[in-house]
Design a protein around this ligand. Structure first.
Ligand code: DGL
Length: 259
């Protein structure tokens, strides 16, 4: 089989990475995609580093068994914990990670604070510290660890009073000041843009890295001459460590819902 026709593998701790994969599908509809969500072990962001490294390496092996031509670690937490290990273990493979999209937020140059929502692990790790170091003199940036938010999305709760209550509590110290923008530094969070806008106002730009990451994937595929040249729409296969049709159906819905 021509390697160009091989699928692209996406991985996340759960359903969140679909916010990235849906962008990749929109820019490369003729590619085949395989998604693996580890919802059985979600959330990753409050686990020990070693455990997240192991879970990530296992997920990568699962995707490699499906003969993928590239892997997107569509999880900020798994990227910060394990991307170096994945790259050094599979030197020839295209491996794309994701990190909070701080650069576009800084470039907007809006008045007020840039707030970065992410998991505790993402905000604690070296990768994020380096990112902050790069931009800290250009803008006023605050990290907002959001333990507990991934669980809403994993349970299919994408709106409602309880979720808005959670978000209101998280943002209570910021609502009286100007918020320049909010960076969604976890791939689950784009699915709760609406309740978030209800809490902080729909004038605040919400920035996520899904599209930027997908363009990086496309660039790498072009560079290695691995773009699928089929004229047909590609296949999408979804797997989850919770072996239940309900979660698989939910995943297909997440690819198509308007966010
Ligand atoms: N989607 C993951 C991320 O981007 C969520 C991590 C978790 O499971 O806590 O960080």
């Amino acid at each position: 089989m021509n390697i160009k026709n091989s699928p692209i593998g996406f991985f996340d701790s759960g359903v969140g990475g679909l916010s990235v994969m849906r962008e990749a599908i929109s820019i490369m509809p003729n590619e085949n995609f395989i998604y693996f969500g580890d919802s059985q072990n979600a959330p990753y962001g409050t686990k020990e580093l070693k455990e997240v490294k192991n879970l990530t390496l296992n997920a990568v092996d699962f995707l490699l068994d499906k003969n993928v031509k590239a892997i997107v670690v569509a999880c900020n937490t798994a990227t910060s914990a394990a991307i170096e290990e994945v790259r050094s273990k599979y030197k020839k493979l295209i491996v794309i990670g994701i990190e909070p999209a701080l650069k576009p937020a800084v470039k907007l140059s809006r008045k007020g604070k840039i707030i970065i929502m992410a998991t505790p692990m993402t905000l604690r790790e070296k990768k994020f510290k380096l990112l902050m170091e790069k931009y800290k003199d250009e803008s006023c940036i605050e990290s907002l660890p959001c333990a507990g938010l991934v669980e809403f999305i994993e349970q299919g709760v994408l709106d409602g009073e309880k979720l808005e209550g959670y978000l209101r509590e998280k943002f209570k110290d910021y609502l009286t000041d100007d918020i320049a923008s909010v960076v969604l530094g976890c791939t689950h969070y784009p699915f709760v843009k609406k309740p978030l806008a209800n809490v902080i106002g729909d004038h605040v730009p919400l920035i996520d890295g899904g599209l930027g990451t997908s363009y990086e994937l496309e660039r790498k595929l072009i560079e290695k001459d691995l773009i699928n040249d089929s004229k047909e729409k590609g296949n999408i296969e979804i797997y989850n460590s919770i072996n239940d049709n309900k979660i698989i159906d939910f995943c297909y819905n997440l690819i198509n819902i308007k966010i």
